[in-house]
Design a protein around this ligand. Structure first.
Ligand code: M6R
Length: 608
């Protein structure tokens, strides 16, 4: 949700800021803007639409001289995407400029108070309140003005601020929205995420809640909201800048789908020790694992779907009851957490507001939280009691693919570990599960190699209005994810149903030619799913089945079959998702959609 970049140093700021914003456009792409101090005043340029519009307007930033500045790419919350609502926002004189990611919840009362004092507002945003409030508190000391504002505002924020009176300084602050500070010999940077500045530095500082940073070309200081100076340790980023580039692929999504074999390997390998699974980060003894009575999994979107799969796998293998909640619901339903419960939150970004709130809610009730997180150093990673990282590397496409696949295997490993310490799998079965786990990367690779076949099929459904995904057990879990993938990037309406549930109402939507994608990987449920296929076929549906190699019986019922290589019942989601991701991608591509940046979405959802 919104990307922020700031730079102060010895180089021209605007091109660096625009370059950084391009790496953050996945966070929002409704409008973009830059403010730089041009030697005598703050010069602001902003434009509705993609970053390309602003890049064109400023010739890649060249028309904006100056060595310090802030920039923003917006995902609109308050006010439509327009030039006026685009950030940076300024005070009336244009001597204070602000970029903001987050939501100021008390902006209406603050706005009324400021209006009574004669302030006029030109935009519909909550952010403009910050510029005017800074103006109100600014009496010649920028740090004092910033901290006073932070004491007055409620909600979430990551801020970049500049004062024309202090052109050699930039200010940054955060609460519940991500912000990092970077430093090299040429200057200092602020950014919402590492890829924005990775080209310039690997030395970063993760800002904590309610901290303020003052950046200069050759100095960097951190303060608390009470203006006490803080000392902070830097972190060296060890991943490669290329990981956040397209590397010749047409889209990040395609590249990231192709990275899945590696992602799975990177997530499982460090945790397989000879013939055992060792998850050191859990910080739990076997005895503690045995004492778990119930698991609550909380997440959003695809991460929630990984949780639904995990429910089947953990309950099936480790026989521990699992409840899975959408994070935005968990928080407000006064969930019953009883002694012996373990809470697991799953998040790629580690910044999803609802998931973070669920984590805090659980901790406040005295429960330990395990985070399954991809982004190192993110809020969830830092606030969880223990973190199991998914080693998927930077994921840029809004639609998650490789991070989701990494979440799945992380959850399989947890389930296996729990089953083993609880004595529910013998050595032989455990060994066979481990060997199936190790085979997944190659099997995913084999499925990716069938992309032309899926593309050919997808091209037939470019004009589809409704598509249904059905499955039973874990196949239902993967249907949820397949359906979401299709909807979010191709804008084709689709629904996922437990195959046996369709006849309780939704089957009335099936008509001649409606595509039904039936996932059937559970041998004991083949016959049941085939019956459901037959039911929809009788109403005119065209059925694409995704099933295991060898299940030839399905060919009699379905119109088109995609076969998956052999694995155990618990891991089939990791294979079934590949044709579903490819299908979504190619339908979106054929419909001319912006695959990596679907409309109305943002990669990291830091608002409720
Ligand atoms: O960063 P998170 O994993 O917490 O994000 C959760 C969802 O917002 C995310 O999975 C979303 O549903 C994706 N766009 C799905 O592709």
């Amino acid at each position: 949700m919104c990307g922020i970049v700031g730079y102060i140093g010895n180089r021209q700021a605007a091109p660096i800021i625009l370059d950084g914003l391009a790496k953050l456009e996945y966070r929002g792409y409704d409008s973009a803007g830059v403010a730089v101090f041009d030697g005598s005043k703050i010069h602001t340029e902003k434009a509705a639409g993609r970053l390309a519009v602003l890049e064109h307007l400023t010739r890649g930033g060249e028309t904006m001289p100056g060595f310090s500045g802030i920039g923003h790419t917006r995902w609109a919350t308050h006010g439509a995407p327009s030039d006026l609502n685009a950030h940076p926002h300024t005070n009336k004189q244009g001597t204070i400029a602000v970029v903001h990611n987050g939501i100021i919840e008390n902006y209406i009362p603050l706005k009324k108070k400021l209006e009574k004092k004669g302030y006029e507002f030109v935009s519909e945003t909550d952010t403009e309140i910050l510029a005017k409030l800074l103006d109100y508190y600014y009496k010649g000391n920028p740090l004092e003005a910033v901290t006073k504002v932070l004491h007055r505002v409620e909600g979430s924020y990551a801020l970049g601020i500049m004062f024309a009176d202090f052109p050699g300084e930039l200010y940054a602050a955060r609460k519940d929205s991500p912000l990092i500070v970077g430093r090299n010999d040429d200057g200092c940077f602020i950014a919402s995420d590492v890829p924005a500045i990775l080209k310039y530095t690997r030395t970063v500082y993760y800002m904590d809640n309610q901290e303020v940073a003052c950046l200069k070309a050759d100095d960097l200081q951190f303060y608390s909201v009470d203006e006490e100076e803080l000392s902070k340790e830097s972190v060296t980023i060890d991943w490669d800048a290329d990981a956040a580039e397209k590397a010749g692929y047409e889209h990040f999504m395609l590249k990231e789908m192709y990275e899945q074999p590696k992602t799975i390997t990177d997530t499982i390998s460090p945790r397989i020790h000879e013939n055992d699974i060792v998850i050191e980060e859990l910080n739990m003894s076997d005895e503690e694992l045995r004492e778990i009575r119930k698991i609550h999994i909380v997440a959003c979107g695809s991460a929630y779907h990984a949780g639904v799969t995990a429910k089947y796998v953990i309950e099936g293998l480790a026989r521990i009851p699992v409840e899975v909640d959408v994070a935005s619901e968990f928080r407000y339903r006064n969930p019953i957490l009883e002694q012996g419960a373990m809470v697991i939150v799953i998040s790629q970004s580690g910044e999803t507001a609802d998931t973070l709130a669920a984590l805090r809610e659980s901790k406040a009730r005295g429960f330990k939280v395990l985070g399954i997180v991809n982004v190192v150093g993110s809020s969830i990673a830092r606030e969880a009691d223990s973190v199991m990282y998914t080693w998927a590397g930077p994921e840029i496409a809004v639609a998650t693919t490789k991070a989701y696949s990494a979440q799945l295997v992380a959850m399989y490993m947890l389930a296996m570990k729990m089953a083993k310490v609880r004595g529910l799998v013998d050595e032989k079965t455990f060994g066979s599960l481990l060997s199936d786990l190790r085979c997944l990367p190659d099997q995913v690779e084999m499925l990716l190699a069938q992309k032309e076949k899926i593309q050919h099929f997808a091209n037939r459904y470019v004009g589809a209005k409704d598509i249904f995904f059905i499955g039973r057990g874990v196949d239902h879990a993967i249907s949820l994810e397949g359906s979401l993938k299709l909807k979010e990037i191709s804008y084709v309406h689709s629904e996922a149903y437990a195959a046996g549930e369709l006849k309780h109402g939704t089957i009335s939507l099936i008509e001649d030619g409606t595509l039904v994608v039936a996932v059937s990987t559970q041998e004991d449920l083949f016959a049941k799913t085939i019956s459901n296929i037959v039911e929809v076929k009788a109403r005119g549906a065209f059925v694409m089945a995704v099933t295991n190699e060898g299940n030839k019986a399905i060919e009699k019922a379905a119109d088109y079959v995609v076969y998956l290589p052999e694995t155990c019942n618990w891991f089939t989601n990791s294979l079934a998702i590949i044709p579903l991701q490819l299908f979504a991608y190619y339908v979106a591509l054929a419909r001319g959609c912006d695959v990596d940046k679907p409309r109305n979405l943002a990669k990291s959802v830091t608002v409720e």
